[in-house]
Design a protein around this ligand. Sequence first.
Ligand SMILES: [Zn+2]
Length: 153
Amino acid sequence: MSRPPSPMDIAFDEAEAAASRGEVPVGAVVVDPATGTVLARAGNRTEELNDPTAHAEVLAIRAACAALGEPRLPGLDLYVTLEPCALCATAISFARLRRVYFGAYDPKGGGVEHGPRFYHQPTCHHAPEVYGGIDETRAGEMLREFFRARRTG
Ligand SMILES: [Zn+2]
């Protein structure tokens, strides 16, 4: 008997799909924890859309807000395969998301546990609960493989 895919499994599917489009492999999912419903799923599309803000988290937040007809997502959770950057950490705060579950830590580009550490700043008016390092090995290997292939390709 196969278990249903977890939100993180779906985020990894989105990350793999992004890699196959030539995007940095990051995937994100917005979930209603009360029902387990996946409201939105997205992978990076910055290359495709010529949009430096088209990160997986931003696209998933936009899609979930559009689906619900709401400007914010209080009580909902976001799963993402990589530590959100400064842009996405801020978007998550503005969306009033309840929790963020992320995969690999990102010392070079992260904005949650690294860099600006936005949720710890006095200018941050909503800090989600943060759970990092979920399936971290898988998330890290996916990124390393992508950048290795790009260097040699
Ligand atoms: Zn981002």
